[in-house]
Structures are given as C-alpha cells and as structure tokens.
Write a protein that binds this ligand. Structure first.
Ligand SMILES: Cc1ncc(COP(=O)(O)O)c(C=O)c1O
Length: 384
C-alpha cells in the first residue's frame, strides 16, 4: 500500500495546492534573484527594513564577538546571561509588563503558552483566523477549544456563556494573511477580568502600529493579560517574547517544557535585539513611510480587485481559487515582482489570494508600478 504521505502529496498536486520552497539570493534591500532573474520583493515581513540595517549588522557582529555564537544551554542551566536579562528589562519597560520570557521563535512561544495555560477545565476561544501555531496547539491541548467567527464579538459572547472555570480568549493584533486589525477593544469590553484571560499575538503589529511601535493593544489603550511579540518581522531579526506578570514567568521557568528543554536564544541575538528595539521605538519615519506607501498603492489600484484591508502593510488580494492565485502570482513574477500565492490551509477554501507586504525601503514609484501592473492584468477571479 502506498504510504499515506505519498497519497497526500498526489492530492495536493491535483488541487494546485502543492508548495515548494523557492531558493532566493539577496541582491539589495528589496531585490532578490529568482532563478538568476532580479525581482522586486513584495513578500517579506521585514516591514521596517531593519534586516539590512548596517547599524544592526554591526551590532549583531559585535554581539558575536563579545558573547560567542551560542547560549549553548537551556535558560535554567547556564544559557541565560546578563544580556538576556537586559533585553527582558527593556522589553518590559517598553511594553509596560512585569515580565518578559524569551523564545527562539513565535511559533514555539505560542505553543508553550497554550500548552502551559490549558487543561481539561479550560475553555479556549480563538479567532478562527488565528495563526497556525495557536490553532494547532489549541487542538492538541486538553482544553475545549472553539473558534469564533473572525472578529465577531457577538459570536464570541455566545461562546463565553459556556460554563467553565477557566476561560481564555486569543486574537491577533494584525492578522497575518488578511492584514486587518483584531477587534481588541470590543473583545476586551465584554471580558470579565476576574474570569477571563485575554491573549493578543502582536507578531505583525509591533514596530508597525502605535506610539514607539508598541502595537495595537497599546494604541487602543488596552493591556491584555498576556501579549506575544515576535522579532522576525519588524525587528529584522528572529525570536519572540511573551509579556506577562512575574508569577506567570515563575510558572514558565518551572513548568514549561518548551522553555526549559531548549537551547536558549543566542546572547548575540539578544544584544542585537536591544539595538533593534531602540530603532523600533524612535524611528517613527519608518512607520509613516509604510502609511504613505499604502495610500499611494491603494489610490492607484483599480477597484476591480477585492482587497481585504487597507489598514496595514499587509495587502491581500482575493482571487478565489488556487489556480487563479497561482496565475496572478506568475504574471507578477514575469513582470518583475515576487508576490506569493497563499492557499488553503493557510487561508480558508475559495479564499486563495496573493499577499503583498510593504517594507520601509520600497519606493513610492515601486508601489505605483506594482498597482499599474496589477491594473493591466487580464485574468479573471472567482472569489465568492
Ligand atoms: C501571528 C503570528 N504569530 C506567530 C508567528 C510565528 O512567529 P515566528 O516566525 O517567530 O515563528 C507568526 C509567523 O508568521 C505569525 O504570523
């Protein structure tokens, strides 16, 4: 009998849903080589263009020279050094939380969080468009999980009526595939602080939104019990932090397997992250440029396109079927733009799309050219 995975691969191919990673080669801040041809990259989450900052590169090298290339141990053995502690303190001061817990990725931070906080008496309510790391761990957890309709507070209210001793609600700051904002204020308003824990994943909103790039909750004057931030996007580096109170941090240090049994963040990375944080906090012009790019793009784009949101540097254009998303992406690649098709299970069925991400180092002329090129596209869409 053919192994299950071979059958699944065959089906993915038939459904135009087989993915293959593309090996690229960086040319400069925005350009990459795809099969030897130079393309303008509109697919990176490097929103503030910090990954190519010469200051940050210098700081990262300085960190490696000072602290070596690895933490070489778990944080509870000998992996945690002063530089990690300084980063934690700076993150807490920036975001207004008692404690920060560092992780090597946002994926593991989210999984660790849900694993640690849930048991069979937990009602876990997640926006149905939450990131895979949150949804997957919710499914694996012993909790009773329900996914409320995207940003639908009325639906969430009905789910909150269920009788459970412990209730957790999780949403995102900016939704990664749609680019719209989470309904954070409305959700916060219906939660009872004594009964419900509120978690917001701000992976795509820190650095991009609000005063000092603190993200959407802060912009709205709301402090979720727990906030997750990641460093592989606006920070131009990698890793993540969970912001919470000191007691939860103590619990993590004692009980979280993801945290305890994993080699800790590179100290050089923690060092570089402190420099990235300084830029994120002070360089407002980078955030402003993203707004200007977005306005210029939307003003130029024909209204025949179904765009999910105009609120953020993530611009999704719905094509409907997988094949239409692939065709549009191939057309754009031919015209010199690298923009990926996004298909199920990353997005719901018949909601395939192309996802454009704006970066600080794009020029107004780049986004105008992109919008004009899209306007010339003759293909059809079958979005429902
Ligand atoms: C909303 C959200 N949370 C978490 C993650 C995972 O973060 P990381 O890339 O650091 O693993 C992502 C990654 O794309 C994301 O979009």
């Amino acid at each position: 009998m053919m192994h299950q995975f071979k059958q699944e691969l065959k089906k993915l191919k038939i459904d135009n849903n087989l993915r293959k990673s593309l090996t690229i080669c960086n040319v400069d801040k925005n350009h990459i080589l795809v099969h030897g041809n130079k393309k303008l990259n509109f697919s990176s989450n490097d929103y503030l263009s910090l990954s190519s900052s010469s200051y940050l590169k210098k700081k990262y090298s300085e960190g490696i020279n000072n602290f070596g290339t690895s933490s070489s141990s778990s944080p509870l053995i000998s992996g945690k050094s002063e530089v990690h502690e300084s980063l934690e303190e700076q993150l807490c001061a920036w975001q207004g939380y008692e404690a920060a817990i560092l992780f090597n990725s946002g994926y593991s931070a989210n999984q660790a969080l849900i694993r640690l906080l849930t048991d069979q008496d937990t009602l876990l309510l997640q926006d149905r468009l939450n990131h895979a790391s949150l949804i997957e761990e919710g499914i694996l957890s012993p909790s009773k999980m329900f996914r409320f309709k995207h940003n639908d507070v009325e639906h969430l209210k009905t789910l909150l009526d269920k009788q459970f001793t412990h209730k957790i609600v999780i949403t995102e700051g900016i939704f990664s595939m749609d680019g719209d904002f989470g309904n954070i204020k409305e959700i916060h308003n219906i939660l009872k602080p004594s009964e419900n824990e509120f978690i917001v994943d701000e992976a795509h909103s820190v650095g991009v939104i609000g005063k000092e790039g603190k993200g959407i909750s802060d912009f709205l004057g709301i402090k979720p019990n727990i906030k997750v931030i990641t460093f592989g996007k606006a920070f131009g580096l990698s890793g993540a932090a969970i912001l919470c109170d000191s007691e939860l941090k103590d619990y993590f240090e004692n009980k979280s397997k993801h945290y305890i049994y994993s080699t800790y963040m590179q100290p050089a990375l923690a060092f570089a992250l402190m420099s990235a944080l300084k830029i994120v906090r002070t360089d407002n012009h980078r955030r402003l440029k993203l707004v200007q790019l977005s306005e210029a793009f939307h003003d130029e784009l024909s209204n025949r396109f179904q765009v999910v949101s105009r609120d953020s540097p993530i611009i999704s254009i719905i094509t409907g079927s997988n094949v239409n998303a692939i065709k549009l992406s191939e057309f754009l690649l031919h015209e010199g733009f690298l923009i990926f098709p996004i298909r199920p299970p990353t997005v719901p069925k018949n909601m395939s799309r192309i996802r454009i991400t704006l970066n600080y180092s794009h020029k107004i002329d780049d986004v105008l050219r992109l919008a004009k090129t899209l306007n010339q596209y003759k293909g059809t869409f079958d979005a429902k």
